[in-house]
Design a protein around this ligand. Structure first.
Ligand code: NAP
Length: 291
């Protein structure tokens, strides 16, 4: 079965061409929450995880973010089970560069041979011949950046990767990386109440690089009743998580939020955010809440 993302609310978020040639609807989905506790092992409710992935694509989501380290590999395997063979317009963005030793345990590992091995494993687990967007999950401070990105560039030349992205970097690191290889995306923690990556976002916006904010609803903190968005959400007849996502979509044209959830109900609520158009006043009010 091939699920098509041709229509659905996510379309209303607009289109961004990653790397200039990979158009995606701006509101995507993050598949980290589909694994077990501590991003380790199988999900509590596997059939629901499969339903979430299929429903995401039905709702028009065609950017799905994952990583070899989520599970490890559980998230990628679920994506394959739910969506393979992939519809032509579905982009699976994965990442490598962390080794996992247990629940909640993450170790940066950017040695070229490890990045190559993990890329090969991601290709196998996702059932792909080429990964559309491969993101270096973290820059490993123990390994020269040119060695880490050099290996990804070789994998790209070999046709195993289409585009290269980075995660959790500074503007300086992004600039340095771009001297070595073309970088089409950056994925940093960013949401209404945590804007430490503002300088990176501004740089990405100016350069036309996709900015993929992780924790877009602050791991649910921005979605809870009684939270900072509750009053305005009630006034506007929207859910708090929807306002957090609508604010991100309005903040920059290169913004590609990837809210994560393990529930179809939350997924449907979050995807509806794509249809919300904030007024200038609402945008300013929300911006002030987060400061
Ligand atoms: N690059 C990196 O280093 C990095 C790090 C972390 C994450 N990521 C990526 O970013 C994605 C997003 O981050 P995230 O999933 O951790 O954080 P998030 O999207 O900000 O929040 C997800 C959390 O919010 C809850 N939630 C989602 N929608 C909700 C709603 N409508 N109402 C109430 N609660 C809701 C979810 O619980 P339920 O499951 O109960 O809905 C989940 O606990 C990840 O999936 C992953 O792909 C990247």
């Amino acid at each position: 079965m091939t699920v098509s993302s041709a229509s659905g609310p996510a379309q209303a978020s607009g289109v961004f061409p990653i790397g200039g040639d990979l158009p995606v609807h701006r509101l995507g989905f993050g598949a980290m929450q589909l694994t077990g506790t501590g991003v380790w092992g199988e999900p509590k409710d596997r059939p629901e995880a499969i339903r979430v992935l299929r429903r995401a694509v039905e709702l028009g989501v065609n950017l799905i973010d994952t990583a070899d380290s989520y599970g490890p590999f559980v998230s990628e395997q679920l994506i394959r089970e739910a969506l393979h063979p992939y519809a032509d317009d579905v982009v699976i963005a994965t990442k490598g560069g962390f080794a996992r030793t247990g629940p909640g345990e993450w170790h940066e590992l950017g040695r070229p041979e490890y990045l190559r091995q993990q890329t090969e494993l991601s290709l196998r687990h996702l059932g792909l011949e080429r990964i559309d967007l491969y993101q270096l999950h973290r820059i490993d401070p123990q390994v020269p950046l040119a060695d880490q990105l050099g290996e990804l560039a070789r994998l790209r030349e070999e046709g195993k990767i289409r585009h290269i992205g980075l995660s959790e970097v500074t503007v300086e690191q992004l600039r340095e990386a771009r001297e070595i290889v073309e970088i089409v995306s950056v994925q940093n923690l960013y949401n209404l109440v945590n804007r430490k990556a503002e300088a990176v976002l501004d740089y990405a916006t100016a350069e036309g690089i996709a900015f993929i904010p992780w924790f877009p609803i602050a791991t649910g903190q921005l979605a809870r009743p009684g939270g900072p968005l509750d009053t305005l959400a009630k006034e506007r007849g929207a859910a708090p998580a929807q306002l957090a996502l609508a604010w991100l979509l309005r903040r920059s044209p290169v913004m590609l939020p990837i809210p994560g959830t393990s529930s179809v109900a939350h997924l449907e609520e979050n995807t509806e955010a794509a249809r919300i158009r904030l007024t200038d006043d609402d945008f300013e009010t929300l911006s002030a809440i987060g400061l």
